[in-house]
Design a protein around this ligand. Structure first.
Ligand SMILES: Nc1ncnc2c1ncn2[C@@H]1O[C@H](COP(=O)(O)O)[C@@H](OP(=O)(O)O)[C@H]1O
Ligand SMILES: [Mg+2]
Length: 272
């Protein structure tokens, strides 16, 4: 199977997972449980996980998988993986539970610690974002021609994206610094990896994430955003986020539509 055929087949797997999620979403009862870390888990997360696991195993039997719903594999094993699938079967579980439609299916291919391909689907609308190093990034809207994704140059008012649920007391000092340089900001809130997609389609400039996330929350989005001309930089070293680390937690990061965004605004971490 050539690469484009494989990537399109992975898109099909993500869409199937989205359909399974919608079957649960339409029910009154989402089958909510609590995970060991107190975060919620629904029947939809598990149904999507199973579909993706089986679908990717059929397509690429030799490639390992790491999913939010199956993180048992120890670092001593996975550190030897050159390529693997990184999966968040349902990103934005809290949005799913609150029924605001802002949740996504995320599948990324990681190669040597970097995401080289990603697909993100929004089950409610059927919209998908797909792209990577070997595939021009596009937005797929059901019933419409595919739309190329291209980040926009930084413009004023600077449009900043933020989580709906997770905030940090370092957010405000950081945003004040950006506003001092660029003037009043426009701030929009979205759940899930959708925030990076909005930057990739050229509708926003910046998403500072100064609150923890895990590698599966960002991998697919990073592949798509980078292919669209943007960046996802670690707050630690201002280098692109890396994957398959001993800890699967991401550092603080900044998703940028314009790679020329002033580094001095990102570099000095605001005091806590
Ligand atoms: N304390 C924490 N540690 C690690 N990741 C966290 C976290 N709190 C939230 N997240 C991550 O943030 C994601 C939601 O981001 P947002 O607030 O932008 O919608 C969650 O995705 P899931 O819904 O897949 O669990 C979860 O992985
Ligand atoms: Mg997630």
């Amino acid at each position: 199977m050539n690469q484009q055929t494989l990537y399109n087949a992975v898109l099909g797997v993500a869409r199937q997972a989205g359909e399974a999620i919608m079957q649960v979403y339409r029910r009154d009862d989402h089958g909510i449980q609590e995970k060991a870390d107190k975060s919620p888990l629904t029947e939809a997360d598990l149904a999507a996980h199973e579909i993706i696991k089986k679908g990717l195993a059929q397509l690429t039997p030799k490639l390992p998988q790491l999913s939010e719903e199956d993180t048992e594999v120890p670092y001593s094993s996975r550190q030897h993986w050159e390529s693997f699938w990184m999966i968040d079967p349902l990103d934005g579980t809290k949005e799913f539970i609150r029924r605001n439609d802002e949740f996504t299916v995320n599948i990324a291919l990681i190669h040597n610690g970097h995401p080289v391909f990603g697909v993100i689907c929004l089950p409610v609308s059927g919209i998908c974002y797909i792209g990577g190093q070997q595939m021009a990034p596009v937005k797929l809207i059901p019933g419409q021609p595919s739309q190329p994704l291209q980040c926009r140059p930084l413009q004023q008012p600077v449009k900043v994206l933020a989580s709906r649920r997770h905030k940090n007391d370092r957010d405000l000092p950081f945003l004040e610094k950006v506003a001092q340089q660029f003037g009043p900001l426009q701030i929009d809130n979205y759940g899930s990896s959708l925030k990076m997609c909005v930057i990739a389609e050229g509708s926003a400039d910046l998403y500072p994430r100064l609150y923890p996330t895990c590698e599966w929350d960002t991998a697919a989005a990073q592949a798509i955003l980078e292919a669209a001309g943007g960046m996802m930089l670690s707050g630690d070293d201002l280098q692109p986020l890396r994957y398959n680390k001993p800890s699967l937690l991401n550092p603080d990061f900044f998703a940028l539509g314009d790679p020329g965004f002033p580094r001095q605004l990102l570099g000095a971490k605001p005091s806590t």
